[in-house]
Design a protein around this ligand. Structure first.
Ligand SMILES: Nc1nc2c(c(=O)[nH]1)N[C@H]1C(S)=C(S)[C@@H](COP(=O)(O)O)O[C@H]1N2
Ligand SMILES: [Mo]
Length: 329
């Protein structure tokens, strides 16, 4: 997603000073190194200066889940979503070409950088305007909600797309369990942001971590909106947002937050990570729409990840059953 940035990332409003200070400090160290005035070990220790003790290794992922829940994966495929009308993207590709800035902005490096990240144990909190706030661990997510597999098309705002089988359940079931109050109109999602195990969070200080997203409550309650725990019949790989993420198949990919730790019901439209960075490019609604170009490129077509073939993009990514959510008046 390198071309996401028109401005230098550190020119983002509100953050220039810290980043300028950080950069200049690093430049000084580098200059001294180049002049042979410092042993090379200093650079790495200077960069690590703010780190705490090294992270302890957690239980192996996803083995820990498969041992505790041998019957939950793969989940039965829902007949209604057995076929998304396109060939399935090879698993290998869907798990090695990832947008997950907490690890790297280079899609092909994310997978190699997730090693220290620990999706287990995990807690998801459901809070805010609800009658019954929830704290769910992974055992709860796998057993209190009946899991199924759905093959969905997935369209990134950068105009590449894939078709993959997600495991999960409608987010609505989780929200209903918390009993939203009448005042609740929107849902906020907050992702994990752990400096010790997410190298992108540690080094890319100019981003407003943690990643945060949002939906209208009626969008979040739509049957297509999934709380996702797996991919290709296995627990969700770390690089795809382990242990739990949201998938909203009629919106651009950035509306599908990964590694979610908190879900908050709120009254007014929340800010989002990308909207905060570039409001003109990443508006709150962000439904897939071939007629509305991104300010820097067309959205009329998309590139299939596996074959590279370009095909026309469909309104709502082909999920036209959501159109009624957007009819005015
Ligand atoms: N926490 C978090 N969630 C995220 C992102 C991210 O950088 N951080 N990237 C988004 C974008 S831009 C896309 S296209 C999808 C990519 O999901 P995938 O790697 O499973 O294909 O995740 C979305 N969710
Ligand atoms: Mo994306």
């Amino acid at each position: 997603m390198a071309f996401f940035h028109r401005k230098k990332p550190w020119a983002v409003a509100g953050l220039p000073t810290d980043e300028a200070v950080y950069r200049s400090r690093r430049e000084i160290v580098k200059a001294l190194l180049a002049a042979g005035l410092l042993p090379s070990a200093v650079l790495s220790s200077a960069c690590r200066a703010s780190r705490k003790a090294p992270a302890k290794a957690g239980p192996p992922w996803p083995k820990v889940v498969l041992e505790r829940h041998p019957k939950r994966f793969p989940a039965p495929r829902a007949p209604k979503y057995a076929d998304a009308g396109r060939p399935m993207t090879p698993e290998r590709l869907a798990t090695s070409y990832n947008n997950f800035y907490e690890f790297s902005t280079d899609k092909e490096r994310v997978r190699d950088r997730v090693g220290a990240f620990r999706p287990y144990p995990w807690t998801v909190e459901v809070t805010g305007l609800v009658e019954r706030p929830l704290k769910l661990d992974l055992d709860d997510l796998y057993t209190k909600f009946e899991q199924e597999e759905r093959v969905y098309r997935f369209r990134c705002v950068e105009a590449w797309s894939m078709t993959v089988p997600w495991t999960g359940f409608p987010l609505r079931r989780l929200l209903e369990r918390a009993r939203p109050l009448a005042k609740a109109r929107f849902v906020r999602f907050i992702s994990a942001a752990d400096e010790e195990t997410m190298p992108g969070v540690r080094t890319q200080r100019w981003y407003p971590w943690p990643y945060f997203e949002g939906l209208r409550l009626d969008e979040a309650m739509h049957d297509l909106t999934l709380c996702v725990t797996g991919l290709y019949g296995k627990p969700l790989p770390k690089q795809n947002g382990a242990p739990v993420r949201i998938v909203v198949p009629w919106k651009y990919g950035y509306k599908s937050p990964k590694s979610v730790v908190r879900i908050e019901l709120v009254e007014t439209q929340p800010k989002t990570f990308w909207e905060t960075l570039q409001p003109s490019e990443y508006p709150f609604e962000s439904n897939v729409d071939p007629r509305v170009p991104h300010p820097r490129w067309s959205q009329a077509t998309e590139r299939l990840l596996d074959t590279g073939e370009r095909i026309p993009t469909q309104p709502y990514n082909g999920y036209t059953e959501v159109a009624s959510l957007y009819r005015k008046g």
